[in-house]
Design a protein around this ligand. Structure first.
Ligand SMILES: [Zn+2]
Length: 101
């Protein structure tokens, strides 16, 4: 709601609007203002970020296809030490209850 306008004085233009976050009435001097206080703006930003991150995590979560068949503790990059890698493979075989060679 545009309240008052004096000719050739842009500072006297102001509106009474509802805050987009808390819903309280406040006076704004710029059309782009959406929130009554920096606190409300910050909270709204946090909420928006939370929503965005949840959506991203949902879309980019590790599905069954990500790990290939099953899900093991052996990682994509092998250990540099051959004996450690061998131990890890044996441990994984034991975990999966595969017969030892
Ligand atoms: Zn507010």
């Amino acid at each position: 709601m545009l309240l008052k306008k004096i000719k050739n004085d842009p500072q006297t233009i102001f509106w009474v609007t509802k805050c987009k976050y808390c819903g309280s009435l406040f006076i704004k001097f710029q059309n782009a203002t959406k929130y009554c206080s920096p606190k409300c703006r910050g909270n709204s930003d946090l909420e928006h970020t939370e929503k965005r991150v949840r959506k991203h995590r949902k879309n980019h979560s590790k599905t069954d296809d990500y790990w290939g068949l099953g899900s093991g503790y052996l990682h994509g990059t092998p250990k540099n030490n051959f004996e450690e890698e061998h131990k890890a493979i044996l441990r994984e075989r034991r975990r999966l209850k595969l017969p030892a060679k």
